[in-house]
Ligand binder design. Structure first.
Ligand SMILES: Nc1ncnc2c1ncn2[C@@H]1O[C@H](COP(=O)(O)OP(=O)(O)OP(=O)(O)O)[C@@H](O)[C@H]1O
Length: 210
């Protein structure tokens, strides 16, 4: 029997902006149960790469396969959960209402409730707080609650440790560990290896092109 296909495989992926190369051509692969650490200096193209994989930007060349199948951005959307720099919350909705709204858009694991996700990320008691009243770290934790609710096997985490205290960093690592144990995979951008989760890890280092 052939080995199971990688959860994510990108081949010859290239992105240019204003005719200047940002990254590529590059190949990357991550299997179920693995993390791929994407490292690089400021401006090396980490966010751009995750946005291309998430389907938010179009690559200039290359292919992206999920579980062995070539995908388009729309067909990838249900397979991945993207945690970006900026939380996508409605300022006047409560924390819980935001989770309900986003889960309506992206789906939800049946085993989790909004309240249980809030508790997992340390936001029990903030269910009714409007999103605009949350601190930067609390907003990041609410984004993590959204991620925890997501049924997507592939997590794309852009600097998930930003704005978090030490307990928050450990929370991210525990979440990634649990997700990988359940057969998921994660891409994690970081400036250094200091906060990497203790899981089976591949490494991709991006170099500035110009
Ligand atoms: N919207 C944009 N318009 C023009 N150039 C951009 C835009 N977004 C990013 N860039 C440029 O593309 C390059 C890669 O940026 P990117 O945000 O992907 O880097 P990064 O590795 O994530 O950086 P950081 O570690 O600072 O977050 C940089 O040179 C940046 O200036």
């Amino acid at each position: 029997m052939p080995p199971p296909a990688s959860l994510l495989h990108a081949s010859e992926l290239r992105f240019t902006r204003n005719e200047l190369p940002v990254f590529g051509p590059l190949d990357l692969e991550v299997d179920a149960g693995e993390a791929l650490l994407v490292q690089g200096d400021n401006g090396a193209g980490k966010t751009t790469l995750l946005r291309v994989l998430a389907g938010l930007l179009a690559a200039d060349a290359g292919t992206i396969s999920i579980q062995g199948r070539l995908t388009s951005p729309t067909s990838r959307a249900s397979t991945l959960a993207y945690l970006g720099h900026l939380p996508a919350f409605k300022a006047d909705l409560s924390a819980l209402e935001n989770l309900a709204f986003l889960s309506g858009l992206h789906g939800r694991r049946p085993s989790q409730t909004f309240e249980s996700a809030m508790a997992v990320v340390g936001l029990a008691g903030f269910e009714d707080a409007p999103a605009r009243q949350l601190s930067a770290g609390q907003k990041k934790r609410l984004s993590l609650a959204r991620l925890w609710l997501s049924p997507a096997p592939l997590w794309l985490l852009d600097e998930p440790y930003a704005n978090l205290d030490l307990a928050g960093i450990e929370l991210v690592n525990r979440m990634v560990q649990a997700h990988l144990r359940e057969g998921g995979a994660a891409l994690v951008t970081t400036h250094g290896a200091y906060a990497a989760p203790p899981v089976r890890t591949r490494l991709l280092v991006l170099e500035k092109q110009v």
